[in-house]
Design a protein. Structure first.
Length: 322
């Protein structure tokens, strides 16, 4: 941070094989009505032409885009690498397949300054071929001292719908990289433990692209396990923030998603994720008698479990067909 600028917003963008989307994402940054913005893009070993697109755009906008390169280290390592090059007093995150409204940074910055807040957060919309609910998402007004239960229920916002004062990121030393699919969630929980002042911007200013599950190389069970791990760590390290939550409710907040997501994977025919999630739910979640057949079946080997699910599915189909 050799050229720190107190009015500058640094936008952090990881990019790995986002050729169909990255130009639109970058244009949405360069087209912001807030006048002082720098963009740091980390190309994480792209092989689909993204690198050439990034280099062309950087040449077209000299001084507006900083390119950093790494070799398949993942999005959170990429964000940390970008943070090391950021000069701004404020940090925003935009993935290479997402976009902003042209006034997003200006409105969040204005709210941040008006309230002397640490974090501004706005509404968002889901876009893309897998966006099943096009309705705008407007998060509630939050008070950091009372938000623990809501944050434990789920990640409160997508990563592109917040503007954060730089000092808060620096105090937390950026993203932890221990649970690779939930590190934005982990960052929000670690921020919450510092009692930041939050300011609510009710406009829909961020657009989050939803991709089909088949397009991800990270199994769903891993994503659920990572989210459980960061919730469990938050509760373990900050007992004063959750002391008002009854223990049964607290256990449910941490572990209930295991069973819920196990059933979702079961009905999507993602048998490997379902088996792993049912297994963990057997030990950790508050399950009912009706869940027992799935929980016991999950103790089988992966092959036997897959065969059992196929047998039951075919038998059910035959009965319905007959």
């Amino acid at each position: 941070m050799d050229n720190f600028d107190p009015a500058l917003i640094s936008v952090v963008m990881p990019c790995h094989n986002a050729a169909p989307y990255v130009a639109e994402a970058i244009e949405s940054v360069l087209g912001q009505s807030y006048p002082q913005v720098e963009l740091i893009v980390v190309d994480d070993g792209s092989t689909d032409g993204s690198t050439e697109i990034l280099q062309r755009l950087a040449a077209d906008h000299p001084g507006g885009i900083t390119l950093v390169y790494q070799d398949r280290s993942g999005p959170y390592a990429a964000r940390n690498a970008a943070l090391a090059h950021a000069n701004g007093n404020y940090i925003a995150f935009l993935d290479a397949d997402d976009t902003w409204h042209p006034d997003a940074l200006r409105l969040m910055h204005d709210a941040l300054e008006a309230d002397l807040a640490d974090i501004a957060y706005c509404g968002w919309g889901n876009v893309g071929e897998a966006a099943t609910d096009p309705s705008p998402k407007i998060p509630p007004i939050l008070d950091a001292g009372e938000a623990a239960m809501l944050f434990l229920e789920s990640s409160p916002w997508p990563i592109n719908s917040v503007l954060i004062r730089r000092h808060l990121i620096d105090e937390l030393r950026g993203f932890s990289e221990r649970a690779p699919t939930a590190m934005d969630y982990d960052l929000w929980l670690r921020m919450l433990a510092r009692h930041p002042r939050l300011v609510h911007v009710p406009d829909v200013l961020a657009f989050y692209r939803c991709h089909p599950h088949d397009n991800t190389h990270i199994p769903h069970w891993r994503q659920v396990f990572d989210a459980v791990a960061v919730r469990r760590d938050f509760v373990r390290h900050h007992p004063q923030l959750i002391a008002h939550i009854p223990p049964p409710r607290l256990n449910g907040l941490i572990y209930e998603p295991l069973l819920r997501e196990a059933y979702r994977c079961h009905w999507r025919n993602d048998t490997e994720s379902a088996r792993r999630l049912f297994r963990r739910a057997f030990r950790k979640a508050d399950w009912k008698a009706g869940d027992l057949k799935h929980l016991v079946a999950s103790l089988l080997s992966a092959t036997l479990y897959r065969n059992l699910v196929d047998f039951v599915t075919h038998r059910r189909s035959a009965r319905l067909g007959g």
